[in-house]
Design a protein around this ligand. Structure first.
Ligand SMILES: Nc1ncnc2c1ncn2[C@@H]1O[C@H](COP(=O)(O)OP(=O)(O)O)[C@@H](O)[C@H]1O
Ligand SMILES: [Mg+2]
Length: 313
């Protein structure tokens, strides 16, 4: 990052922000105007052609999001930049600063403020939900984790890397593209379908504030019903476990497969909501990390996690 900032003449003029999973991020103040510099590190195999293609994909994806009405950073400039140190090519995205990380805001909100913020996030992604219901609309995906939204007077969706859209005959689901067919299907489902997108939102909200689970479940279920996918949410553990016996809950957990990562996460949130001292933030974060299905699954790790959840119920 330092080397790239130096190449951009920004060394010492920008401060580092928390990195995301694909980008390193710095905040820079330019003529009193705040902007964010993101560096998408070149994969070892990314040459100039690969970087130029990624830039094209990011620009196309941003245009699609903006065209359907999802609020994204107002100003954006994306370009390839050769790394003079490693000879590989990075992709740089410079965009307007759109406010505080919604995950950080959520962490300190009361129930009413959190409910209002969730409604604003749902409003930001509602063009996506509507577009997915219309046949013939553009095929694109999103990742609505709270920290992919920035909050000031408006709520803005800021995470446009990796680009998720249908390019020619290829649907881009993640970066790098999953090679395992089950991992590809799951990456598609969680970003491109209303059920997937809303369950990502619900579980990631609960990850930040398990104490507010009831509020989140209510808001997400209402949004899901409004877009015709309410049935999926009526069967989630967070909804059905409270009225199930311990035996039934354990049987539910035993039936889980590695690709059921969102059900496992939902169960972990249910436990953290019920007993936050025993199932605290580090425990919840660990379950989210362990349950991430990327294709190659350690059977032992998965069975261990299932055992841990079943014992806790
Ligand atoms: N335009 C922006 N305005 C304000 N904050 C931003 C902006 N873009 C990114 N951020 C902050 O930087 C973090 C990482 O950026 P993001 O684009 O989500 O990268 P990644 O794809 O690696 O997750 C975000 O969680 C957010 O807090
Ligand atoms: Mg992000």
């Amino acid at each position: 990052m330092e080397r790239v900032l130096a190449q951009l003449n920004l060394k010492g003029k920008a401060h580092m922000m928390t990195a995301g999973s694909h980008c390193e991020v710095a905040l820079h103040i330019l003529d009193g105007h705040q902007c964010v510099v993101k560096i998408i590190r070149g994969h070892s195999s990314m040459d100039t052609l690969g970087a130029t293609r990624l830039v094209d994909d990011i620009v196309s994806y941003q245009r699609l999001l903006s065209d359907i009405g999802v609020p994204i950073p107002r100003e954006r400039n994306c370009f390839p930049l050769e790394d003079q140190g490693t000879q590989s090519t990075n992709v740089v995205l410079v965009e307007s600063y759109e406010g505080e990380d919604a995950g950080d805001c959520l962490a300190r909100m009361n129930d009413e403020q959190a409910r209002f913020l969730v409604r604003r996030m749902l409003c930001a992604i509602s063009p996506f939900l509507r577009a997915r219901r219309r046949s013939g609309g553009p095929l694109l995906g999103i990742d609505p984790k709270p920290n992919n939204f920035a909050v000031n007077d408006a709520v803005t969706y800021v995470d446009t890397v990796p680009p998720r859209y249908r390019r020619d005959n290829e649907t881009l689901v993640d970066l790098p593209i999953p090679t395992d067919p089950n991992a590809w299907k799951l990456a598609y489902w969680r970003a491109y379908t209303p059920e997937g997108v809303l369950v990502v939102l619900q579980t990631q909200l609960c990850r930040v504030r398990p104490d507010l689970l009831t509020t989140f479940v209510k808001e997400i279920s209402a949004a899901a019903s409004a877009c015709g996918v309410g049935a999926y949410f009526e069967c989630l553990p967070s909804r059905v476990f409270p009225t199930m016996s311990a035996l039934e809950r354990k049987a539910f957990v035993r039936s889980l497969e590695p690709t059921d990562m969102y059900l496992m996460r939902d169960i972990a949130c249910f436990l953290a909501h019920r007993d936050s001292r025993k199932f605290d933030q580090p425990w919840l974060d660990a379950v989210f990390k362990q349950s991430h299905f990327k294709g190659s699954v350690s059977r032992d790790g998965f069975e261990h996690l299932k055992g841990e959840l079943a014992n806790a119920l």
